[in-house]
Design a protein around this ligand. Structure first.
Ligand SMILES: Nc1ncnc2c1ncn2[C@@H]1O[C@H](COP(=O)(O)OP(=O)(O)O)[C@@H](O)[C@H]1O
Ligand SMILES: [Mg+2]
Length: 346
């Protein structure tokens, strides 16, 4: 039995207090995460949240500034080689060789894992067939589409039959067909007891695939549980409504005031990415008629209203006060203004 006790029998990955900075940019702020064995675990967050940094630390490619990393009962900071042999990793961006064919690349990878000659042939044949790569595997990688490259990465990560598979945004930019092939394979691997950690900034992907999940925001875990638990914890229904355009900030505040004074309105967000829509969380039967009445009275009649059970986006909204899409826009905006500032300094 290892030094980490019973927890490491239950958890495949245990991260405690991870801190990581890149120069003046702090990427992780004391991140804690436990990923149970046999689970398909989703790491959801906007670009820049710290998903890749976390995954690179788990896969021993990046050292944290502080904190502990235990993978499959092994201290990954002390025994990185053992950990590396136990996991398969599919990186977010891979610079694959353009001259080699896909098959040659898989052969190279099998040699890196020290597979025997017979095992090597068996596994490569199996992966080519399983990921439907037969018709193009002997072409040079330089000619592959994004979907083909991703499938090849996945095959390479699975050659040595790892107990843990870690994938960083595996379906970004993939066509639907390739995406379905990846999802199907992940489900099959899970049914065989393999633990899978999958990062994504697609809500739908995590919602469809994950048994458990964490939402990452600015280097911290802000919510953790099964997707259903996270949604149930929110309580209440999600309401989106449109009113006429606000002519100024004062009118926006006025609408807020009206909503604030209605019993059962639990959360109010003015959604910038979708024009003049308001996102509310409401609880109770009487709220909707009251909303209509009070907003009409205040000269903001409702043009459109939709009501739904909470989604993962609402979970994110509740935790951060922003939709996932607005978070991405804000991060892209910060990046653009930094670039502008740099240009200005020249
Ligand atoms: N090698 C690096 N050098 C400088 N900053 C980095 C580096 N890697 C990541 N960062 C920064 O750390 C933060 C988290 O990035 P990352 O872990 O890639 O997030 P995600 O994968 O969720 O998009 C971002 O602000 C990013 O710009
Ligand atoms: Mg990333």
């Amino acid at each position: 039995m290892d030094v980490f006790g019973v927890e490491s029998l239950i958890q495949m990955i245990e991260l405690r207090g991870l801190e990581k900075s890149f120069g003046s940019i702090q990427a992780l702020f004391g991140l804690d995460l436990s990923i149970p064995r046999g689970c398909l675990y989703g790491l959801l967050g906007p670009n820049g949240a710290g998903k890749t940094s976390t995954i690179r630390i788990i896969t021993t490619l990046l050292a944290p500034d502080s904190g502990s990393v235990v993978v499959n009962g092994v201290d990954a900071l002390k025994e990185p080689c053992i950990v590396r042999n136990q996991l398969g990793y599919v990186a977010q961006e891979v610079a694959i060789d353009k001259i080699l064919t896909g098959r040659e690349l898989l052969e190279l990878q099998a040699d890196l894992y020290h597979l025997s000659q017979s095992k090597k042939i068996e596994r490569i044949t199996f992966m080519i067939q399983r990921l439907d790569m037969d018709s193009w595997i002997d072409r040079r990688c330089g000619t592959y589409s994004g979907g083909m490259r991703r499938r090849l990465d996945l095959a390479a990560g699975l050659l040595h039959e790892p107990e843990l598979l870690v994938l960083d945004e595996p379906t970004v930019g993939l066509d639907l067909e390739s995406r379905k092939i990846v999802w199907e394979l992940l489900r099959e691997l899970k049914s065989k007891g393999i633990t899978i950690l999958l990062s994504s900034h697609y809500l739908e992907e995590i919602e469809i695939m994950a048994d458990r999940m964490a939402i990452l925001d600015r280097g911290r875990v802000i919510a953790e549980g099964t997707p259903d638990q996270l949604k149930d914890e929110l309580g209440g229904d999600h309401v989106t409504l449109r009113v006429r355009e606000f002519s100024d900030e004062k009118e926006s505040m006025q609408v807020r005031d009206v909503l604030d004074n209605i019993d059962g309105v639990k959360q109010i967000v003015v959604n910038r990415s979708q024009g003049f829509s308001l996102n509310l969380v409401v609880e109770g039967e009487t709220v909707l008629p009251k909303l209509r009445e009070e907003l009409t009275k205040a000269d903001f009649p409702i043009f459109a209203l939709s009501q739904s059970r909470p989604s993962l986006d609402d979970v994110y909204l509740q935790a951060t006060g922003m939709t996932l899409m607005d978070a991405e826009l804000a991060i892209a905006g910060q990046r653009d203004s930094k670039l502008e500032a740099k240009k200005g300094m020249r």
